[in-house]
Design a protein around this ligand. Sequence first.
Ligand code: FAD
Length: 510
Amino acid sequence: MRLIWILGDQLIPDHPLLKSADRHTAVGMIESAPRGSHLRYHQQKLTLLYAAMRHHAASLKQAGHRVLYRRLTDGPRQDGYPEVLKRWIQEHKITEIHLLDPNEYDTAQSLLALSKKLNVPIRTHRSPQFLVPRDDFAAWGKGKKHLLMEAHYRRLRTEKNILMTRKGQPEGGDWNLDDQNRRTFREFAKEKPKIPPLPPLEKDPVVKEAAADVSKLFPDHPGKAADLWVPATREGALEWLKHFVRARLGQFGPWEDTMVEGEAVLFHSVLSPFLNLGLLTPQECIQAAEKAYREGKAPLNSVEGFIRQILGWREFIHGLYWLKMPEYKKVNFLGAERPLPRWAYDGKTDMRCVSQAITGAVDRAYNHHIQRLMVLGNYFLLGGYEPSAVLRWYTEMYLDAYDWVMVPNVLGMILFADGGWFATKPYAAGAAYQEKMGNHCASCRFDPKKKEGLDACPFHSLYWNFYGQHATKFRSNPRIGMMVAMWEKKSAADKTRIRAEAERFLKAQA
Ligand code: FAD
């Protein structure tokens, strides 16, 4: 018997290995409690994962496949992949195991040892889950000192003929329409764009059961399993894609960077949880957005902005992960070593923007990009928090968190721990950015306008202290050398005061 092993984040439609399945083939799926407790993953993330796997297995059975399925609650809790596979090999006389290339480096690395342990060959096959195969990205990146997302994005737009004119030019004449996007909170308050509600969630007994298993088996993990707020089926994911394109895509671009208290999603798509499990393909998300543009149902700035996220950023991050692992996980360019603040898992800090982002992550296992990058990411960067601790926090807290996407986003994009493999400068921002892009400051106990004293927004001193600390590393960076020069022009007394304020604040968070 041949076993096709489907990993939990490979629930793709049209799985290529299933095409050759015959009566000597079984399909195997394993819920592994040891894997689920590797980190304290958010309960809603685990619920979504197991419910989606259970649904997927049911649809494979319905399609006539012979499915072997191991639930969390079947057999001893400590049984993981090796123990379950060993049992199946004996019970079903399995002689070979096939699977698609795992998305995570450690899983891929473990297969050789697993094969030896089981004494059965394990063969991996190229996965169609991403648009750009790993070797293609590596060939493109070879010899480049800095990998620029923009260059990768333009290459793909051209090669794949996405949002291009018949003459091979970018639709609308420009590759990038950011000048029409990135609008501020003040503009949002003035225009009051209507935010459509998310599609209603149908009652799903599979999700209910998975949530009960998760809350029983992982009681000390953050969040509440029963509060999962996204569907766990391919049909549900397709419905969310359709709804996004119809109701929110049109406004996606302009308000992409805006933060509004009480609005967790705004005009974002919430498609990453589905994409990362394989319930949606990147092709279908891109095609749906492009179609809306061609039919005049969504403006180019929004459609280009959205396609840039998936074709550009998502594929780039994935390629980069595979290019730079395992080296990536060891980087710490800025020598950051502060342990996480005491409120990292409950959001009990007086900084309103930070507290809102953390409670959002605890309640929903979701923050939109700007909260991840410019609020939390900015705080962890400026505060000098230790990269592996920050990586762990992000990997635990989000519905869509998987190693391949977290490692470059956390270590590269927010912490600049790779020294700039792809970011040309750290995404550091002071209080003015928070005030401009969101409305948290209005109800915060700190004042973004005050530059010093106990009521001053801590982002002021943290921001300047950051440039002071890393002046040597950033002095010659053409994009931020100016900030270093501004720091250096400050008087000795000012520098001492800023350093002391930043240190006092950070100590109080420990
Ligand atoms: P939208 O704003 O609607 O964007 C559309 C899609 O673009 C997303 O669904 C996602 O698939 C893709 N995308 C956009 N930016 C990125 C990016 N930088 N990397 C990869 N894909 C991107 N994304 C994850 O899928 N999983 C993560 O664990 C994750 N962690 C992140 C951690 C940090 C520190 C940062 C800065 C970003 C992270 N992202 C992650 C990227 C991005 O923030 C999320 O994909 C996005 O917020 C998900 O919400 P959405 O589907 O509503 O996104």
